[in-house]
Design a protein around this ligand. Structure first.
Ligand code: SAM
Length: 244
Protein backbone atom coordinates (compact mmCIF):
# COMPACT_ATOMS: atom_id res chain seq x y z
CA UNK A 1 0.00 0.00 0.00
CA UNK A 2 1.24 3.52 -0.63
CA UNK A 3 2.15 5.62 2.40
CA UNK A 4 4.90 6.16 4.93
CA UNK A 5 6.47 3.23 6.77
CA UNK A 6 8.66 4.03 9.79
CA UNK A 7 11.10 1.13 9.95
CA UNK A 8 13.27 0.45 13.01
CA UNK A 9 16.64 -1.12 12.20
CA UNK A 10 19.33 -2.73 14.43
CA UNK A 11 21.40 -0.64 16.87
CA UNK A 12 24.42 -2.88 16.38
CA UNK A 13 23.71 -6.52 15.73
CA UNK A 14 22.31 -6.94 12.21
CA UNK A 15 20.42 -10.04 13.31
CA UNK A 16 18.08 -7.77 15.23
CA UNK A 17 16.34 -6.69 12.05
CA UNK A 18 12.76 -7.96 12.29
CA UNK A 19 11.09 -10.11 9.65
CA UNK A 20 8.54 -7.35 9.11
CA UNK A 21 11.24 -4.67 8.78
CA UNK A 22 12.94 -6.82 6.17
CA UNK A 23 9.79 -7.43 4.16
CA UNK A 24 8.77 -3.76 4.36
CA UNK A 25 12.15 -2.70 2.98
CA UNK A 26 11.91 -5.36 0.29
CA UNK A 27 8.49 -4.14 -0.85
CA UNK A 28 9.03 -0.40 -0.49
CA UNK A 29 9.26 1.70 -3.66
CA UNK A 30 11.63 4.19 -2.04
CA UNK A 31 13.80 4.03 1.06
CA UNK A 32 14.43 7.42 2.68
CA UNK A 33 17.64 7.31 4.70
CA UNK A 34 19.72 9.52 6.91
CA UNK A 35 23.08 8.33 5.62
CA UNK A 36 23.15 6.14 2.54
CA UNK A 37 26.48 4.46 3.43
CA UNK A 38 25.16 3.21 6.76
CA UNK A 39 21.90 1.94 5.30
CA UNK A 40 23.73 0.33 2.36
CA UNK A 41 25.38 -2.01 4.86
CA UNK A 42 22.01 -3.23 6.13
CA UNK A 43 20.51 -3.48 2.64
CA UNK A 44 23.52 -5.46 1.41
CA UNK A 45 23.16 -7.77 4.39
CA UNK A 46 19.52 -8.36 3.39
CA UNK A 47 20.29 -8.52 -0.33
CA UNK A 48 17.92 -5.63 -1.09
CA UNK A 49 18.52 -3.19 -3.95
CA UNK A 50 16.24 -0.18 -3.91
CA UNK A 51 15.99 3.45 -4.80
CA UNK A 52 17.48 5.35 -1.88
CA UNK A 53 17.02 9.03 -1.21
CA UNK A 54 18.58 11.12 1.55
CA UNK A 55 16.24 12.58 4.13
CA UNK A 56 16.73 14.60 7.30
CA UNK A 57 14.43 17.14 8.94
CA UNK A 58 16.52 20.06 7.62
CA UNK A 59 15.93 19.34 3.94
CA UNK A 60 14.14 22.12 2.09
CA UNK A 61 10.36 22.39 2.35
CA UNK A 62 10.26 21.53 -1.35
CA UNK A 63 12.27 18.32 -0.96
CA UNK A 64 9.96 17.22 1.85
CA UNK A 65 6.84 18.17 -0.13
CA UNK A 66 8.15 16.12 -3.10
CA UNK A 67 8.67 13.08 -0.90
CA UNK A 68 5.22 13.49 0.65
CA UNK A 69 3.62 13.78 -2.78
CA UNK A 70 5.18 10.44 -3.74
CA UNK A 71 3.46 8.76 -0.79
CA UNK A 72 0.18 9.17 -2.72
CA UNK A 73 1.04 6.23 -4.95
CA UNK A 74 4.29 4.77 -3.57
CA UNK A 75 5.37 3.03 -0.39
CA UNK A 76 8.09 5.13 1.24
CA UNK A 77 10.12 3.49 4.03
CA UNK A 78 11.97 5.77 6.44
CA UNK A 79 15.02 4.36 8.21
CA UNK A 80 17.70 6.07 10.27
CA UNK A 81 21.32 5.02 10.77
CA UNK A 82 20.39 2.85 13.72
CA UNK A 83 17.40 2.03 15.84
CA UNK A 84 14.04 3.75 15.72
CA UNK A 85 13.60 6.73 13.39
CA UNK A 86 12.48 9.99 15.09
CA UNK A 87 14.16 9.05 18.40
CA UNK A 88 17.09 11.53 18.35
CA UNK A 89 16.89 10.98 14.60
CA UNK A 90 15.11 12.56 11.62
CA UNK A 91 11.47 11.97 10.76
CA UNK A 92 9.23 14.05 13.00
CA UNK A 93 8.40 16.67 10.37
CA UNK A 94 7.92 14.02 7.70
CA UNK A 95 5.43 12.09 9.84
CA UNK A 96 3.54 15.24 10.78
CA UNK A 97 3.21 16.42 7.20
CA UNK A 98 2.40 12.95 5.83
CA UNK A 99 -0.47 12.80 8.35
CA UNK A 100 -1.67 16.27 7.39
CA UNK A 101 -1.67 15.15 3.75
CA UNK A 102 -3.87 12.22 4.73
CA UNK A 103 -1.42 9.45 3.80
CA UNK A 104 -1.16 6.10 5.54
CA UNK A 105 1.48 6.35 8.29
CA UNK A 106 2.47 3.15 10.01
CA UNK A 107 5.41 1.82 12.01
CA UNK A 108 7.48 -1.33 12.07
CA UNK A 109 8.72 -1.13 15.67
CA UNK A 110 12.06 -2.50 16.76
CA UNK A 111 15.34 -1.69 18.49
CA UNK A 112 15.81 1.56 20.40
CA UNK A 113 18.96 2.19 22.44
CA UNK A 114 17.11 4.08 25.20
CA UNK A 115 14.73 1.21 25.92
CA UNK A 116 17.43 -1.45 25.51
CA UNK A 117 19.62 0.40 28.04
CA UNK A 118 16.76 0.69 30.55
CA UNK A 119 16.31 -3.07 30.43
CA UNK A 120 20.00 -3.68 31.13
CA UNK A 121 21.11 -1.54 34.03
CA UNK A 122 18.83 -2.39 36.96
CA UNK A 123 17.49 1.10 37.72
CA UNK A 124 13.75 1.89 38.05
CA UNK A 125 11.82 1.62 34.80
CA UNK A 126 8.28 2.45 35.91
CA UNK A 127 8.66 6.12 34.96
CA UNK A 128 11.43 7.44 32.76
CA UNK A 129 12.19 10.60 30.86
CA UNK A 130 14.09 10.34 27.62
CA UNK A 131 16.22 13.47 27.35
CA UNK A 132 18.21 12.75 24.18
CA UNK A 133 21.64 14.42 23.93
CA UNK A 134 22.62 17.05 26.50
CA UNK A 135 23.49 20.46 25.02
CA UNK A 136 27.22 20.82 24.34
CA UNK A 137 27.51 24.41 25.65
CA UNK A 138 28.23 24.54 29.39
CA UNK A 139 25.52 27.01 30.40
CA UNK A 140 22.76 25.32 28.43
CA UNK A 141 23.88 21.92 29.71
CA UNK A 142 23.77 23.02 33.36
CA UNK A 143 20.34 24.60 32.91
CA UNK A 144 18.98 21.50 31.23
CA UNK A 145 20.30 19.22 33.96
CA UNK A 146 18.89 21.46 36.72
CA UNK A 147 15.48 21.42 35.05
CA UNK A 148 15.52 17.63 34.60
CA UNK A 149 16.81 17.14 38.16
CA UNK A 150 13.39 17.96 39.59
CA UNK A 151 11.59 15.34 37.50
CA UNK A 152 10.54 12.30 39.52
CA UNK A 153 11.58 9.76 36.93
CA UNK A 154 14.61 7.86 35.76
CA UNK A 155 16.52 10.02 33.25
CA UNK A 156 17.85 8.61 29.98
CA UNK A 157 20.50 10.41 27.91
CA UNK A 158 22.28 9.60 24.67
CA UNK A 159 26.01 10.29 24.61
CA UNK A 160 29.20 9.72 22.66
CA UNK A 161 32.47 8.42 24.12
CA UNK A 162 34.46 11.68 23.88
CA UNK A 163 31.78 13.72 25.67
CA UNK A 164 30.93 11.16 28.35
CA UNK A 165 33.32 12.41 31.07
CA UNK A 166 32.14 16.00 30.75
CA UNK A 167 28.48 15.06 30.82
CA UNK A 168 28.87 12.78 33.85
CA UNK A 169 30.80 15.52 35.66
CA UNK A 170 28.04 18.04 34.93
CA UNK A 171 25.35 15.57 36.03
CA UNK A 172 27.21 14.78 39.28
CA UNK A 173 27.75 18.46 40.04
CA UNK A 174 24.10 19.42 39.63
CA UNK A 175 22.25 16.30 40.74
CA UNK A 176 24.55 15.07 43.51
CA UNK A 177 24.96 11.47 44.58
CA UNK A 178 22.44 9.59 42.51
CA UNK A 179 22.76 6.01 41.39
CA UNK A 180 23.49 5.85 37.69
CA UNK A 181 24.71 3.60 34.92
CA UNK A 182 26.09 3.63 31.46
CA UNK A 183 25.24 1.06 28.79
CA UNK A 184 27.78 0.94 25.99
CA UNK A 185 27.82 -0.77 22.61
CA UNK A 186 24.50 -2.56 23.21
CA UNK A 187 24.11 -5.70 21.07
CA UNK A 188 27.69 -5.40 19.78
CA UNK A 189 30.86 -7.32 20.55
CA UNK A 190 31.98 -5.03 23.38
CA UNK A 191 28.62 -4.54 25.08
CA UNK A 192 29.20 -3.31 28.60
CA UNK A 193 27.17 -1.97 31.52
CA UNK A 194 28.84 0.02 34.29
CA UNK A 195 26.94 1.12 37.40
CA UNK A 196 27.88 3.46 40.24
CA UNK A 197 27.05 6.84 41.67
CA UNK A 198 27.27 9.80 39.31
CA UNK A 199 30.53 10.96 40.89
CA UNK A 200 32.06 7.46 40.73
CA UNK A 201 31.20 7.24 37.06
CA UNK A 202 32.42 10.80 36.44
CA UNK A 203 35.77 9.95 38.07
CA UNK A 204 36.08 6.72 36.11
CA UNK A 205 35.60 8.41 32.74
CA UNK A 206 37.24 11.79 33.50
CA UNK A 207 40.44 10.99 31.64
CA UNK A 208 39.60 7.83 29.76
CA UNK A 209 36.86 8.32 27.21
CA UNK A 210 35.44 4.95 26.20
CA UNK A 211 34.93 3.97 22.59
CA UNK A 212 31.56 3.51 20.99
CA UNK A 213 28.00 4.53 21.62
CA UNK A 214 26.61 5.15 25.06
CA UNK A 215 23.38 5.58 26.98
CA UNK A 216 23.51 7.24 30.42
CA UNK A 217 20.79 6.33 32.93
CA UNK A 218 20.27 8.31 36.14
CA UNK A 219 17.97 7.18 38.95
CA UNK A 220 15.13 9.45 40.12
CA UNK A 221 15.60 12.01 42.92
CA UNK A 222 15.16 10.69 46.41
CA UNK A 223 16.02 7.13 45.45
CA UNK A 224 19.66 7.95 46.22
CA UNK A 225 21.86 4.96 46.61
CA UNK A 226 20.78 2.67 49.36
CA UNK A 227 24.08 1.89 51.08
CA UNK A 228 25.22 -1.62 50.34
CA UNK A 229 25.82 -4.00 53.30
CA UNK A 230 29.56 -3.74 52.70
CA UNK A 231 29.43 0.06 52.99
CA UNK A 232 27.48 -0.18 56.24
CA UNK A 233 30.03 -2.60 57.71
CA UNK A 234 32.87 -0.31 56.73
CA UNK A 235 31.13 2.75 58.17
CA UNK A 236 30.44 0.90 61.42
CA UNK A 237 34.02 -0.28 61.74
CA UNK A 238 35.24 3.24 61.09
CA UNK A 239 32.82 4.71 63.65
CA UNK A 240 33.94 2.19 66.26
CA UNK A 241 37.56 3.29 65.95
CA UNK A 242 36.49 6.79 66.94
CA UNK A 243 34.79 5.75 70.14
CA UNK A 244 36.59 6.86 73.26
N1 SAM B 1 17.36 6.29 16.81
C1 SAM B 1 18.34 5.64 17.65
C2 SAM B 1 17.63 4.73 18.65
O1 SAM B 1 16.50 4.33 18.42
O2 SAM B 1 18.23 4.37 19.67
C3 SAM B 1 19.26 6.65 18.32
C4 SAM B 1 20.01 7.52 17.37
S1 SAM B 1 21.06 8.69 18.12
C5 SAM B 1 21.54 9.68 16.77
C6 SAM B 1 22.54 7.79 18.42
C7 SAM B 1 22.79 7.56 19.91
O3 SAM B 1 22.03 6.44 20.33
C8 SAM B 1 24.22 7.24 20.26
O4 SAM B 1 25.00 8.41 20.44
C9 SAM B 1 24.05 6.50 21.56
O5 SAM B 1 23.83 7.39 22.63
C10 SAM B 1 22.75 5.73 21.30
N2 SAM B 1 23.05 4.39 20.76
C11 SAM B 1 22.82 3.94 19.50
N3 SAM B 1 23.22 2.66 19.38
C12 SAM B 1 23.71 2.29 20.58
C13 SAM B 1 24.28 1.08 21.09
N4 SAM B 1 24.43 0.02 20.33
N5 SAM B 1 24.67 1.06 22.40
C14 SAM B 1 24.53 2.14 23.18
N6 SAM B 1 24.00 3.31 22.74
C15 SAM B 1 23.60 3.38 21.47
Amino acid sequence: LPGLYIVATPIGNLQDVSARAESTLRHADIIAVEDSRVTAKLLNHLGIKKQIIAYHDHVSEKARADLIARMGDQAVALVSDAGTPLISDPGFKLVREARTAGHLVTTIPGPCAAVAALTLVGLPTDRFLFAGFLPSKTKARTETIAELGAVRATLVFYESGPRLGKSLHALAETLGEREAAIAREISKKFEETVTGTLSELAARYADSPPKGEIVIIVSPPGSACAASPVDIDAALAEALTRLP
